[in-house]
Design a protein around this ligand. Structure first.
Ligand code: 5GP
Ligand code: MN
Length: 329
């Protein structure tokens, strides 16, 4: 590996990736742990398209499909098990992750030659034989659209639903700064192709369990503000989950509220359950939280990132604050 080469220099071209997709006959679409609408929607969209081309497609995901994504077509086929008769030259397509570690510990040992990495994260490690990494894309799903167009694949209702889900997930329902005119045009095309925007909105952004709303209240009660009002953070622990009858899937909304406080430039949520501490970071645009997360072994995007911290909550809070200060908080 040559060090310090930019992603633009090493990323695979659309032609190269399409040639590989056409050449292979079997595929495993891989989503990351704690899957969201982008990793899952991108894998399902490409999987459905490849099936229509007569290819054999499986979906590997360590964690179960979250409740709010079970409306996605083919999501009932997603599994942790790999069929015993999978050909050895199957192509493993990783979607929406900057390194293979994000796929979790159940991922089998793989030959790099059989890995295609499709992603839009800053700092993707280019772990595949082919790395279709486009950080300017709003979602991994819109990277997949480029491939579908090159393959002249018809974007039908199912594929459109999956892709629009990736866009709405990663733009926060068209609110984040990655919502360009091109993204809105593409979204309109997807709606015309049959994607039900209202259903996706309802499934992803509404439809919250009462437990999630109670947990939001508890986490907001614990919120602290510092650095002259520029930093807001809170936590969720085992006890709070139990108290609200909630689980990890009910934590999603919280970080957005912390970030939305007037004057806040960076927000952090510490999820202290299931062993290690999972940290979500968000920025309002000045502080690069991807760089802050990367200092502690995590990653993501300029305005949204995450990491896993091994240690106590006070240690995690101190380390994250220091990383944010190092990035200009
Ligand atoms: P979330 O806070 O929603 O879990 O994650 C926000 C963003 O950061 C997502 O784009 C996600 O892929 C990325 N991210 C979250 N956790 C990690 C991590 O442990 N490692 C890396 N590389 N990226 C992460
Ligand atoms: Mn994404």
């Amino acid at each position: 590996m040559i060090e310090n080469v930019t992603q633009e220099q090493t990323a695979s071209t659309t032609d190269e990736v399409v040639a590989e997709l056409k050449k292979r006959s079997a595929f495993v679409m891989v989503s990351h742990v704690k899957p969201d609408g982008d990793t899952l929607g991108a894998g399902l969209a490409l999987g459905i398209a490849l099936k229509r081309m007569g290819k054999r497609v499986h979906y590997f995901q360590q964690d179960p499909v979250p409740r709010n994504l079970r409306f996605l077509p083919d999501s009932d086929e997603v599994a942790r098990e790999i069929p015993a008769d999978l050909p050895s030259d199957a192509l493993w397509v990783f979607g929406d992750m900057s390194d293979t570690g994000r796929a979790g510990e159940y991922l089998p040992e793989l030959d790099r030659a059989n890995i295609l990495d499709i992603d839009h994260h800053l700092g993707n490690t280019h772990f595949g034989a082919l790395n279709y990494v486009i950080p300017t894309e709003c979602s991994t799903g819109t990277c997949v659209v480029r491939l579908l167009r090159e393959m002249n694949c018809k974007i039908d209702r199912d594929i459109a639903t999956c892709i629009l889900t990736t866009i709405m997930t990663d733009t926060g329902g068209f609110m984040h700064s990655n919502t360009t005119p091109e993204v809105l045009n593409l979204s309109a095309e997807l709606m015309l192709a049959g994607a039900d925007k209202e259903q996706i909105t309802e499934e992803i952004f509404a439809n919250k369990r009462f437990a999630a709303i109670r947990l939001l209240g508890r986490a907001l009660e614990e919120a602290r503000i510092g650095h002259d009002g520029r930093y807001c953070w809170s936590y969720v622990d085992e006890e709070m989950l139990k108290e609200c009858d909630a689980d990890g899937e009910d934590t999603e909304e919280i970080i957005g509220y912390l970030r939305s406080v007037e004057g806040v430039e960076a927000a952090a949520l510490f999820k202290n359950y299931d062993g290690d501490i999972r940290v979500s970071l968000r920025s309002s645009g000045r502080i690069n939280v991807q760089a802050a997360a990367a200092r502690l072994g995590g990653g993501g995007h300029f305005r949204a990132s995450g990491l896993t911290f091994v240690g106590s909550l006070p240690d995690a809070a101190k380390a994250v604050e220091e990383a944010l200060v190092a990035e200009g908080l």
